[in-house]
Design a protein around this ligand. Structure first.
Ligand SMILES: [Zn+2]
Length: 321
């Protein structure tokens, strides 16, 4: 492809803001006084560039993969390039259209960003601390390995903030939110500080795992190192976020109406859905892990994963929702 800097004959200087400055070549061609103060500039964005004149305010743009625009053709002619050569470059540029489409798509998929956040006033869960015993007992009861990750508690709190386990949300090692699980019978049981598009468990997914298991609840995800939506819908940003993992996704819904309704959405966005043949008292993945153990639960999920809408419908009827 042509190199615009070598085509522009005037002496160039690279400025701190990334512009190549030179005496503009447009002004006198357009009836203005010719530029002697290096008011012409070229700035690159990869292979693409923009020409801008701060004297006569002519500007034009070139993008690899697109036709050379009329204004850019003008600029090239002012630099002494003939029509035939411009046409040749134009064809060359258009041959890169696939590359352009690819990079456009790639650009659109730039990773989601999350603000770092602070946890509420709390202390790290410690099995040697007597005041933390009820939280440890709760996690053991739900078959959550409390030594594998960091949980926080606030045993000094009373009233509104008491009796809760605080589970941080991580993204690339930074805390970007949290959920509080209250252990008394208040409603709601959970309070989430969750940024749009976030999915719990993202950092727990190991690079050599081919599959990511997606569930609704945070304790389901904790029980089998999966991902949690923390609600029963899958929004577009979450789909995008999960796609960053580059894994096959298996959605495991809760055994209730809303959970089963979410199956359709999961299939739509390209996930498999798994509804293993668990006993009727098992309402979600955490229940399954408590009843059958982690390994048996994992195996049943993977064995029953399907992309077939018909199969899912049949199982839904059997479950009775
Ligand atoms: Zn000019």
């Amino acid at each position: 492809m042509f190199d615009i800097l070598s085509i522009i004959p005037n002496k160039k200087k690279l400025t701190q803001s990334g512009w190549y400055s030179f005496n503009a070549i447009c002004c006198d061609k357009r009836g203005h006084k010719s530029d002697k103060r290096q008011r012409g500039g070229i700035k690159f964005d990869g292979t693409n560039w923009t020409y801008n004149c701060f004297n006569c305010s002519f500007s034009c743009h070139y993008e690899l993969g697109r036709s050379i625009t009329n204004r850019t053709r003008e600029l090239l002619k002012w630099c002494g390039v003939d029509e035939v050569q411009i046409q040749r470059w134009n064809i060359e540029s258009l041959q890169n259209k696939d590359l352009l489409d690819f990079t456009k798509k790639f650009k659109k998929e730039k990773p989601l960003e999350f603000k770092t956040k602070k946890l509420p006033d709390s202390e790290l869960l410690d099995e040697n601390n007597e005041a933390h015993k009820k939280y440890i007992d709760y996690l053991i009861k739900r078959k959550i390995d409390f030594k594998k990750r960091q949980f926080y508690v606030a045993p000094f709190d009373e009233g509104r903030n008491a009796n809760r386990i605080i589970i941080p949300y991580y993204y690339n090692g930074e805390i970007v939110g949290h959920t509080s699980r209250f252990l008394d019978d208040r409603t709601p049981k959970y309070i989430n500080d969750q940024q749009p598009g976030y999915v719990f468990g993202y950092d727990d997914q190991k690079s050599d795992w081919q599959i990511a298991l997606l569930m609704e609840g945070i304790f389901d995800a904790l029980a089998i190192d999966g991902l949690a939506l923390t609600h029963n819908t899958i929004n577009d940003d979450q789909v995008r976020f999960i796609r960053q993992l580059n894994k096959e996704v298996i959605f495991v819904p809760d055994r209730d109406k809303t959970g089963l309704d979410t199956c359709e959405r999961a299939l739509e966005v390209g996930y498999k859905v798994s509804l293993p043949n668990w006993d009727s008292d098992v309402k979600d993945v955490n229940d399954a892990v408590i009843k059958y153990g982690k390994l048996a639960t994992l195996l049943s999920i993977i064995q029953c994963a399907t992309t077939s809408k018909i199969k899912i419908e049949m199982i839904r009827k059997r479950i009775g929702n």
